[in-house]
Design a protein around this ligand. Structure first.
Ligand code: ASP
Length: 341
């Protein structure tokens, strides 16, 4: 059932990734969230669209090295930054995404170009970079996106993993997962091994600070955007949930706008962004639906992450099942921020 068309004053929500942030980095995350709110909400106040607001907020977060998006992102197994981003317009259901781009400072701007200037929804790798260049975006060297903190993190992750297991996964764990899937009559033993391999993957991969935003504009339209450098030590070419429609990002005026963060593979398998928006359409308040989404993620796949969710009435929900998720809200009541809910 479609939600009633109730106009509400503009609202902007942002997040800076769900994970276990070291104490020394908490303040930088909260400062970054505030800057992103300022950039996006100024536009909403001037009557700009929700789409413009989420793009501006996410671009500000991409520019901030504290987060896993743009410069300062986690490095892949080869020591390179590979970026994914998506935005979606709840009024038209149009969306634009890019995956595995290495030469663009702000992949969220490239995603907007894909949406506005191409007949497609998603471009990846060199094709996405060429397309962005054709439409005026400058290329940068990948090394511009790489910072020392991330070189150190990659070294530590590879040392801890014997240098051969991307994404914190144990090779044997992956094989079990694959086998379990291809045998419908899997034993209880196989199931418990599968669970264990998931747990190992989460705890080894402590770092998740993808960025995202959802907004409601004065015209009553919703939009969502998510941008990420993905997961630490990932296999080159890996795309996570963040830039996939309905997984890490979704917006539909008839339900809600969502941006997610966390361990991407379980989020993708559950198409969790769309799942959460559907709950809102089924008349669960966003506050409740956000909690339910995290509960579902953990109950089904032992997944960990966070979500921001907003409906057309300006009601919102924030939830995470990780130690922290930097968040911020800007609306008629002012600005509120925090590092956990
Ligand atoms: N969801 C992202 C991914 O799996 C990571 C994150 O949220 O930080 O690529």
């Amino acid at each position: 059932m479609a939600l009633p068309d109730r106009r509400a004053p503009p609202v902007l929500l942002v997040h800076g990734g769900a994970w276990s942030i070291p104490g020394a980095e908490l303040e930088a995350h909260e400062v970054g969230v505030k800057k992103a709110l300022a950039a996006g909400f100024a536009l909403l106040n001037q009557g700009a669209s929700a789409l413009d607001a989420v793009e501006a907020a996410v671009a500000a977060l991409e520019d901030d090295e504290a987060f896993d998006a743009g410069r300062g992102s986690f490095l892949n197994r080869d020591g390179r930054v590979q970026l994914d981003a998506l935005l979606m317009d709840g009024a038209s259901l149009r969306a634009g995404g890019v995956g595995c781009v290495e030469r663009l400072k702000n992949p969220i701007h490239a995603a907007r170009l894909v949406m506005e200037k191409s007949p497609h929804v998603y471009l990846v790798g060199a094709g996405a970079e060429e397309f962005a260049k054709e439409h005026g975006m400058a290329w940068i060297k990948n090394s511009v996106l790489v910072i020392d903190r991330e070189r150190r993190r990659l070294k530590e992750a590879q040392r801890a993993n014997g240098g051969r297991k991307p994404d914190g996964s144990r090779h044997a764990g992956n094989l079990r997962l694959h086998n379990a899937k291809s045998h419908p009559a899997k034993s209880h033993k196989a199931k418990s091994l599968e669970t264990k391999s998931h747990e190992i993957r989460f705890h080894d991969a402590k770092f998740h600070d993808t960025v995202g935003a959802v907004a409601l504009d004065a015209a009553g339209n919703l939009a969502a955007a998510t941008s990420t450098g993905g997961t630490l030590n990932k296999i080159p070419g890996r795309v996570g949930d963040s830039s996939l429609i309905g997984c890490g990002c979704y917006a539909d005026n008839q339900s809600a706008a969502a941006s997610l963060t966390g361990w991407g593979e379980p989020i993708m398998r559950l198409v969790l962004g769309k799942w959460a928006c559907d709950r809102v359409q089924q008349l669960h308040p966003p506050e409740e639906a956000a909690e339910e989404a995290m509960g579902y993620l953990h109950a089904r796949l032992q997944g960990h992450g966070g979500i921001i969710l907003l409906d057309r009435a300006g009601r919102f929900g924030l939830a995470h099942n990780t130690p922290y998720m930097p968040w911020g809200i800007s609306d008629q009541r002012g600005i509120r921020t925090g590092t956990k809910i």
